[in-house]
Each structure stands twice: as C-alpha cells, then as structure tokens.
Design a protein around this ligand. Sequence first.
Ligand SMILES: NC(=O)c1ccc[n+]([C@@H]2O[C@H](COP(=O)([O-])OP(=O)(O)OC[C@H]3O[C@@H](n4cnc5c(N)ncnc54)[C@H](OP(=O)(O)O)[C@@H]3O)[C@@H](O)[C@H]2O)c1
Length: 295
Amino acid sequence: MAGRIAIIGGTGKMGQWFAKFFVKKGFKVVISGRFPQRTAKIAKSLGVEAAHSNKEAVKNANLVVVSTPIQTSPKIITEVAHHMRKGSVLFDIASVKKDVIKALKDAQKQGIRTISVHPLFGPGAKNINNRRVILIPVSDDVKVLKEISELFEEEGAAITIVKDAETHDRVMAYTLALPHFINILFGCLVSSSNFEVAKYGGTTLALQLMITQSVFSEDPSLYSTIQMENTHFSILLKDFLRQAHKLIKIIENEDTEEFMKVFQETKNALSKDPMFKDAYDKFYKALESVDTFEK
Ligand SMILES: NC(=O)c1ccc[n+]([C@@H]2O[C@H](COP(=O)([O-])OP(=O)(O)OC[C@H]3O[C@@H](n4cnc5c(N)ncnc54)[C@H](OP(=O)(O)O)[C@@H]3O)[C@@H](O)[C@H]2O)c1
C-alpha cells in the first residue's frame, strides 16, 4: 500500500497516534477534525497536512482511517465513503463494532474496500511492537485483509482476525469492558474509604492500584461508551452479580470448604492458559518497575 492517508478525527488521541505511525512509515498524511484552526495547529505539530473538512481530507486518499468517537463513527463512515475514490481503502478503529460494521458494509457496496480494525492499546503505546491489533473482515476481499495485516505486522504487531462484529463485541465485553468495570469499582470503593490506601498497601495493592489509576487517567466519555454501548456487557453484568452474590454468600456463611472448591475449580480452568505457570514470577518482575512504598 502506498500514497496518501487521511485520518478523520486526526486531532484526537488515537488519530494523532496513527498520524505519527504513518508518517514514520513514510506515508503522506492529511488529518481532519471539526475545527479547522485546531486541526491546522495539531497538523503543524505533527508535520502533516490539515484539511478543512472530512470531504477534502479523503478526496485523494488511498487509505482513510476513521478515528472518531464510537457513536459518531458510523455517520462519518457513511459521510466520507461518498467522497472517496472507488477502490480505495477505509477502516475505523472503534472499540465497539455493532454499528460501524453496518456502515462499512454499505460503503463496500459503493466500491470502497473496507475492513474494521481495533487496536488493543491506547495512545500511550510507544510503538506497536507486541501490541495486539484485531481485524474484522467486512467482505470476502482477502487482498484488503492482507494489505492491512502487513501494514501493522511489519512493525511487530500481533494480528488477531475476528470473524464478525458480534464476536468482537461479545469478546470485548470480557476483555475490555469487564476489566475497566472491575477497576472502576475498585477505585470507587477505595476512594470512599477514609484512609490513604497506598500507605498501607503491599505487593498486590501496588500493581492493582497502578492499573486502577491508569484506568482513571483515561477519557471518561470513551470509557462510558465502552460500558454502555456494548450490549453484550449488560448481559455479562448479570452474570457478574450472580457470581458476586454466590461468593458473598460463601464468605458470609464462613464456608471454607465451598470457598476452596470454587478457588480450585477456577484455578484449574485458568491454568489451561500457558501464561499461568509464570504469572507469579512475572508479577514480582512487574513490581520491580513500581515504586511500592512512599519512603
Ligand atoms: N483511546 C483509546 O485508548 C482507544 C483505543 C482503541 C480504540 N479507540 C477508538 O478510537 C476512536 C477515537 O478515540 P480517541 O480516544 O482518540 O478519542 P478522542 O481523543 O476524543 O478523538 C476523537 C476525535 O474525533 C474528532 N471528531 C469528532 N467528531 C468529528 C467529526 N464530525 N469530524 C471529524 N472529526 C471528528 C474530534 O476532533 P475535534 O474535536 O478536533 O473535532 C476528536 O479529536 C474511538 O472510536 C475509540 O473507540 C480508542
């Protein structure tokens, strides 16, 4: 793939990340946002071109990346597809896929080659090496799948192909929305305690608090969308409550035998993951990069 890349929402966090990524790879990049002055300023700082509108940005682009908020992305995909050259490529990077895939399918019918991409990292990632990128085919165009895979694989990314939006959102309920939820809950609980948690924390708290604090450093509007727009997550939350009630009951009843049974069964299931055996050692290695105690 060669030529000019347009990033819609190129003023945002991931848009800027992708602009830098493509500039480094030698592409000519143009970005758009809603406010031309802000777009021009950010484009200058990135060393890329600024477009006055989304239409102008995509006009001569070989590849268009839609990096706008989740709810806005389907509308933008439909808008830009009308102005793109036939045969050029369009992908979104939204964290919830249900609605974007419909818009990408419509664009595909208009002669635009589409695919859906989900980078499983945030704008803090220094590079893409060892980072996971999910690709969801929108059509049976294997060429576009190959081209986009190569774009990321060349830089060391791990590519996972997911068959459709439904599977993506179901899996993301567990791998994205649930960890966020658990950390938000943990943050709410510890911040409502009337002592300084970090001061009394040991090893587990040090890493847990770091993850929670990094979650709370993110954009609340993106995080609320990930919690609320993924219909599979509301189903998972019902299971969350059922499992929590079950555990609470075991603890309240001081039922050690049942607790150990649940613990062992879950451990057996988790230990099927090859990473399990090294988890404890890796935990201590990770701790070395965290300042555990305020001295
Ligand atoms: N942040 C992450 O960790 C992460 C990770 C993976 C995937 N994603 C996905 O990446 C996408 C962007 O997320 P983000 O964190 O980069 O959000 P963000 O910082 O809020 O960026 C979104 C950008 O979209 C632009 N925008 C909004 N409406 C627009 C329109 N009509 N035309 C053109 N631009 C428009 C905004 O630019 P102006 O304000 O300048 O108009 C804004 O800068 C989301 O779909 C998200 O699910 C995010």
